[in-house]
Design a protein around this ligand. Structure first.
Ligand SMILES: Nc1ncnc2c1ncn2[C@@H]1O[C@H](COP(=O)(O)OP(=O)(O)OP(=O)(O)O)[C@@H](O)[C@H]1O
Ligand SMILES: [Mg+2]
Length: 596
């Protein structure tokens, strides 16, 4: 309202009016002065406030709630983002436009969530596009402003530039991530190193275990060797003495009246002597000094016989199972010895189950011993073996006596029940066959004995059938090989085929035998590689003595070049080792037939 309007409405009286007017003017001047003073004061404060706000790093917005969120008030530092306050106040630019498009929907979601949950104060972080196109991070602390009725009408935001903090956070995050990755890598490395260390330790332990095992085996075999030599020596002499005692006893019996006291006493003495002979024989078997007659033996056939015998002799509370899984179960041995191995192991097993019964499982299979196994068990040479398992579910063997069970005369049986020679004899026989015996046992659970005996080349037929396939004759043959084992086989087989065989393990001795009676031989079979005089040298000497003597040269695969040399000498027949007896038999016949 203007001053003139006020004067027009005032009633006019001569003496009052001037007073009133002057009073009014005075009043009005006072009021105007106060108002303008206040106005200027407010303007000054506002300027101060704006100056303060402009100097602060924050921008303050007041938005009215509505579709386009118009900015009603704005102060503070918006120029830091490259915009002017006026642009926002005039609505030329909205805050929504400057927010990074990737953050818009998240911010709206958060805001809506706060509204729905009645939260009036919340803080958001998001990215802004500055006028120059740079992206900066801001922190937006928003407060909802309600009217008297409690309805939110406005939002007030204080916005700070937090780009530096964000950059630091980002760097920190990346550094942390890198650190974590490094820690992970290092941990994995350490885990790998630890694993390797564990492996190394395990290998060292295994090697140590193997060394201890080898040492034990060596000690055991040295001990057995020493006992064997001692016991064998005594048994040998004792056998001769026994022979004398028995001979004289039998002689004395002839002079005595049958039924007389002296006769009966001597008869009893003779019985005791027989037992002594039996025992001496066992000691000799243990010390490998008994004569035996090794031939190709089919272990499964003997095992079947033993099982038949056992079924008749052991209690029915013991169930016997026979598993024959060996493809090649021929070994070179005295069949009686194989029988003895099986009987001794099985009677021990039956004895261990005599009280509660149980299961006796006998199984035969083949096993290939490679170089690695042979290194751990130096008594075995690599090759095919027949593997015999005798397993029982009996009382098991106390670990304290485990090292002694193969000792001769070690027994846990009551006096009169056993002599303790069973396993000693088995040990002696197995060693004599170049095999091994070992065991696993758990007290209360049972025992497993494993015997390995070298198998001979694939023979699928019974030994008698093998002999049937071989043609024989009655000629005289000189058989020479430095391998005693082979000489024995050759001698046995050729003798069985009807030939007269002179066998020698030394080429020098063979030459002497031939030189002594050259006409006594129809054929010579000789190994190529022998010490002192090779098979070729021997052949040369023999042919020098008797140029027409037929010779068969046995060579290994690697020695075939030498065949040419031999051929030039006039040797026509070769046999590749290992010698297959049926081939040898046929070759012999062919040569001899040709010479007729
Ligand atoms: N399968 C087994 N289960 C439990 N203990 C066994 C077994 N085999 C052998 N033994 C133990 O080994 C000891 C020695 O056995 P070994 O066959 O040498 O003699 P023995 O059986 O006692 O007497 P013998 O064989 O002369 O009748 C036995 O007394 C027994 O203690
Ligand atoms: Mg026994």
């Amino acid at each position: 309202m203007g001053d003139g309007d006020q004067a027009r409405e005032t009633p006019i009286t001569n003496n009052v009016i001037p007073l009133q007017q002057s009073m009014f003017r005075e009043l009005k001047d006072n009021e105007t002065g106060r108002i303008s003073k206040e106005y200027f004061e407010i303007r000054r404060k506002l300027r101060d406030f704006e100056a303060i706000a402009n100097r602060s790093p924050a921008a303050v917005f007041l938005w009215r709630l509505g579709d386009d969120w118009p900015v009603e008030f704005l102060c503070g530092n918006v120029t830091q983002f490259g915009y002017t306050r006026q642009e926002f106040l005039d609505g030329d630019i909205s805050w929504g436009e400057v927010i990074h498009p990737d953050d818009v929907s998240r911010l709206e979601r958060e805001r809506k969530d706060c509204r729905e949950r009645g939260i009036d104060k919340f803080t958001q972080e998001y990215r802004l596009k500055t006028r120059s196109g740079k992206i900066c991070w801001v922190e937006d602390r928003t407060i909802a402003i309600r009217n008297g009725a409690g309805v939110t009408t406005h939002y007030q935001s204080i916005i700070f530039d937090i780009t530096k903090r964000k950059q630091l956070e980002e760097r920190l995050f990346r550094t942390t991530e890198q650190m974590e990755r490094l820690v992970d890598e290092r941990t994995a490395e350490l885990a790998r190193a630890n694993e390797q260390l564990q492996l190394d330790i395990a290998m060292l332990r295994q090697a140590e275990e193997q060394r201890r095992h080898l040492e034990q085996m060596l000690q055991q075999s040295q001990k057995m060797e020493a006992i064997g030599t001692l016991a064998g020596g005594i048994a040998h002499d004792f056998n001769n003495i026994l022979g004398g005692i028995m001979g004289f006893t039998e002689l004395a019996l002839l002079d005595l009246q049958e039924g007389s006291a002296a006769y009966n006493n001597l008869k009893n003495s003779l019985k005791a002597q027989y037992r002594a002979v039996e025992m001496v024989n066992q000691i000799l078997a243990f010390s490998r000094q008994t004569e035996s007659d090794p031939v190709p033996v089919k272990v499964s056939a003997i095992t079947k016989e033993v099982v038949k015998l056992l079924r008749m002799s052991i209690p029915s509370t013991i169930e016997i199972t026979l598993e024959l899984n060996a493809v090649s179960d021929m070994v070179i041995a005295d069949p009686a010895r194989i029988h003895q191995i099986l009987m001794n192991l099985c009677t021990n097993a039956a004895h261990a189950m005599r009280e509660h019964g149980g299961k006796l499982i006998i199984s035969l299979s083949n096993v290939d011993i490679g170089l690695d196994t042979a290194m751990v068990c130096p008594e075995l040479v690599p090759g095919q073996y027949v593997q015999l398992f005798v397993r029982d579910t009996g009382q098991g063997i106390d670990p304290l006596i485990r090292d002694r069970i193969f000792d001769p005369f070690f027994t846990t049986k009551k006096p009169g029940e056993g002599t303790g020679m069973g396993l000693a004899v088995v040990y002696g026989i197995v060693k004599g066959l170049k095999g091994t015996i070992d065991l696993e046992s758990r007290p209360g659970e049972g025992t497993l004995f494993r015997v390995l005996i070298p198998a001979i080349e694939h023979h699928t037929t019974e030994s008698s059938d093998v002999m049937d396939m071989m043609p024989g004759g009655q000629e005289r043959i000189l058989f020479v090989d430095d391998e005693e084992f082979l000489v024995r086989i050759g001698e046995q087989v050729l003798s069985r085929l009807g030939y007269m065989v002179v066998a020698r393990t030394s080429s020098v001795e063979a030459l002497e035998a031939f030189r002594a009676q050259p006409e006594n031989f129809d054929l010579v079979i000789t190994d190529l590689n022998m010490p002192n005089m090779t098979g070729i040298d021997l052949s040369q000497e023999l042919m020098h003595i008797r140029p027409d003597i037929p010779i068969i040269l046995c060579t290994g695969f690697s020695e075939r070049i030498i065949e040419d040399k031999a051929r030039k000498l006039g040797i026509q027949e070769f046999i590749i080792k290992p010698i297959i007896m049926s081939t040898l038999a046929k070759t012999i016949r062919e040569i001899l037939e040709r010479r007729r």
